[in-house]
Design a protein around this ligand. Structure first.
Ligand code: NAP
Length: 326
């Protein structure tokens, strides 16, 4: 096996701690500030061969590292890694699919229930002493009973959400760019069509150009006044200004969001809304699942620099036939 200890690998400050330790025991780790290579000397930049990242690897960053061979990204979504550019240069990109699917689906269902039945608001009512002082929390207008749930992005996480939803007794429909032949759920060929056919929309699609602001004022109008929007995918998929307006004027009933357009910045107008449930991007955020994700990042880097196939290459690199040379 190659002497991995001589392989320089960049790891951003704040990276998953146990994985950083594992990487330090295997490689010559150089820490850096996320998105910023300015602290690296030209000599260091010339020698870096791998990056362990949690997103944010631009084409410019890749171009500044002439010996770069692999970007091992922590997370299944890699919209902030320029995978097309990497593939065109023969640089491998890996992500962490599967190991987080069930955790994220659990979070999606939790967020859905919190939003429809106003559970965080009810809890705040109790903690503020209002139950004793003023009486019970008001009955909720929202209920899961009789709902039809549409899923945008019926992939690994979308399917895991749908399986859970089946046990709740709701109707399920979906929109992907292509229809699946292995599911019993109603397919709709556009987002507008799906939104018009359901009253609850869950986003589990990737970020990036193809979904940018796809949930716009028209889609929200089609979802309607009983409408619930849940976003567990990426914040960029929702036009946040249109969503705020739709929540303020009753175009839809409520929203539950785990992801935001410019996180960790969340618009004050969203924070002020009583009919929005807001989580700080915690979809996969348990020790169990983050450890699995970190382990996959380490295994991908280890495989690559040992001359073996990586475990989870992204589709852009598979179709471009990116392989290790030498
Ligand atoms: P996946 O298996 O690749 O599924 C993605 C699904 O989205 C596919 O069914 C795909 O079908 C569909 N899709 C892709 N582009 C689309 C578009 N433009 N319009 C409509 N549908 C589209 O990925 P996954 O593992 O389920 O992960 C999905 C996403 O969840 C990730 O990319 C990430 O952004 C997000 N995520 C969030 C958290 C969190 O903490 N909140 C955690 C993990 C993942 P077609 O190709 O047929 O369109």
């Amino acid at each position: 096996m190659a002497d991995l200890k001589t392989v320089p690998v960049l790891v951003p400050i704040g990276f998953h701690a146990d994985s950083r330790k594992a990487l330090e025991s295997l490689f010559a780790v150089r820490e850096f500030q996320k998105r910023d290579l300015s602290e690296l000397s030209d000599d260091e930049k010339a020698r870096i061969r791998g990056i362990a990242s949690f997103g944010n690897v631009s084409a410019a960053m890749m171009d500044a590292l002439p010996a770069l061979e692999i970007v091992a990204s922590f997370g299944v979504g890699y919209d902030s890694v320029d995978a097309a550019h990497a593939a065109s240069k023969g640089i491998m990109v890996t992500n962490t699919p599967e190991v987080l699917t069930e955790e994220v689906a659990d979070t999606a269902l939790g967020l859905l229930l919190m939003t429809v039945r106003e559970l965080p608001q009810a809890e705040r009512h109790l903690r503020a002493g209002k139950w004793e002082a003023e009486g019970p929390y008001p009955l909720t207008h929202g209920t899961l009973r009789g709902r039809t749930v549409g899923i945008m992005g019926l992939g690994r996480i979308g399917i895991a959400i749908a399986k859970r939803l089946e046990s709740f007794g709701v109707e399920i429909a979906y929109f992907n760019r292509s229809k699946r032949n292995d599911v019993p759920y109603a397919y709709h060929g556009s987002l507008e069509e799906l939104a018009a056919a359901v009253d609850t929309l869950i986003i589990a699609a990737p970020g990036g150009a193809s979904t940018d602001k796809a949930i716009n004022a028209g889609v929200l109008k089609a979802l309607g006044p009983k409408g619930i929007l849940i976003n567990i995918g990426r914040g960029t998929t929702v036009d946040e200004e249109a969503l705020i307006a739709a929540l303020q004027d009753g175009t839809i009933m409520a929203a539950g969001l785990d992801v935001f357009e410019k996180e960790p910045k969340v618009p004050q107008a969203l924070i002020d809304l009583p009919n929005a449930v807001l989580l700080p991007h915690v979809g996969s955020a348990s020790h169990h699942t983050r450890n699995e994700m970190g382990n996959l990042v380490v295994q991908n880097l280890k495989a690559w620099f040992s001359g073996n196939d990586v475990l989870t290459p992204v589709p852009e690199c598979v179709s471009a036939g990116v392989r290790r040379h030498g």
